[in-house]
Write a protein that binds this ligand. Structure first.
Ligand SMILES: *Cc1c(COP(=O)(O)O)cnc(C)c1O
Length: 379
């Protein structure tokens, strides 16, 4: 093919920072105050407003946000925490990081989130918490999940890393529930380049979050400071917070645009696509998901790496989110093996993420759908 006629590369994700926000970041850089300061406070207040007034604290990654949530919940050695094998590995790594034991339950083949029957079956007397993940921004039956948590007296740390702007029963994810963790990593619907935030229940939990994020320092003692728990270095910078402040007012519009693009995808694939290709489209959600990712499941006859290479040759970026966590070496060494979570294994090996980002246009969607059809449907 003549490279000059090749359409421009379309990535699967692309951050969209507007010029006003870029200018504001410049102002912070000129201000002389770069680390946590007034912008972090303002971002936490704005997040709290968006999340129905709940208490919110920011951190420098979604990963440390979840680790701190587990610490706040008092989870440690001897405790089991149940989560999904299909997530970014951070979701399970943080359980090991606090000294607890990760337990997986298989996923639902349609929503690709934790199967709540299997979750309930995995509960033992040592289970202390569950970490549900809203993969691609699609919530599960959150009411039922909390009923199970209540019945067995479990803490819930919602890994809502992908779900800012998603809703459940008309309410924003994070505006209700127990501990809710978001990520602002570069690919997420709202990004601070790197960052995250935790929604907590009480002032005591908020104080603990502040201690864990900065060396355990608390204001008391002889010199006006004391250290009474082991904290780390997890605070967000004012530079990052400024990026977040610029996008937060648009988060619902971002979700609405992505819902429109997802519908255009489903419309362009059409009702025949699944039967013709053997691939599986995502749930046609119109209410709840912020459509962080648009993912299809390839038929088993198609090797994902080959498909991704074909799409790359057409100048279209794709991704896979995610490999089954339990089959990584670290987890195999802890006793997990093939065959334990068959739905997760099938989806983990066959899932492909198609382009979806805040500035995606209908023409982009049409180009991607034509390319996918050319790769999967043999006339
Ligand atoms: C992005 C993500 C994380 C981790 O967030 P970081 O900010 O990259 O540390 C955790 N879980 C899920 C489901 C994610 O998508």
């Amino acid at each position: 093919m003549n490279t000059a006629s090749k359409p421009a590369f379309l990535p699967f994700s692309r951050p969209g920072i507007d010029e006003a926000t870029i200018t504001e970041v410049g102002n912070v850089l000129r201000s002389g105050w770069l680390t946590s300061g007034p912008k972090v406070q303002a971002f936490e207040a704005a997040l709290s407003d968006y999340l129905g007034g709940r208490l919110v604290r920011t951190f420098n990654s979604g990963t440390c946000t979840m680790e701190i949530a587990l610490r706040i919940a008092g989870i440690g050695p001897g405790d089991e925490v149940i989560t999904t094998p299909i997530s970014w590995v951070a979701t399970a790594n943080v359980i090991i990081e606090v000294g607890a034991t990760p337990v997986f339950a298989d996923i639902d083949p349609i929503t690709r989130n934790l199967d709540l029957d299997k979750l309930e079956a995995a509960i033992t007397p040592r289970t202390r918490a569950i970490i549900p993940v809203y993969l691609s921004g699609l919530p599960m039956d959150i009411d039922r999940m909390y009923r199970i948590a209540k019945k067995y007296n479990l803490r819930v740390i919602e890994d809502a890393a992908q779900a800012l702007g998603s809703r459940w029963q008309g309410k924003p994810i994070g505006s209700f529930g127990d501990l809710v963790s978001f990520s602002f990593q570069a690919n997420k619907n709202l990004t601070t380049s790197e960052g995250g935030c935790l929604v907590v229940n009480t002032q005591e939990e908020a104080k603990l979050a502040e201690k864990y994020r900065l060396q355990g320092v608390t204001r008391s003692g002889v010199d006006g400071i004391d250290v009474d728990v082991l904290g780390g270095k997890y605070n967000m910078t004012d530079i990052a917070a400024t990026l977040g402040l610029g996008q937060l007012p648009h988060i619902d519009a971002i979700a609405a645009h992505r819902r429109n693009m997802a519908h255009h995808y489903l419309h362009c694939f059409g009702p025949e696509f699944e039967a013709q290709s053997g691939a599986q489209l995502p749930v046609a959600d119109t209410e709840n998901s912020n459509w962080h990712l648009f993912q299809i499941i390839l038929p088993v006859r198609v090797k994902r790496a080959g498909f991704m290479a074909q799409m790359a040759a057409l100048n279209i970026g794709t991704g896979f989110h995610y490999s089954p966590i339990h089959l990584f070496t670290l987890y195999r060494e802890r006793g997990f093996k093939e065959g334990m979570f068959p739905v997760a294994e099938h989806i983990g090996y066959q899932t492909v993420t198609l382009p979806m980002f805040n500035a995606l246009q209908k023409e982009d969607v049409e180009r991607v759908v034509a390319a996918v059809k050319s790769c999967l449907i043999t006339a």
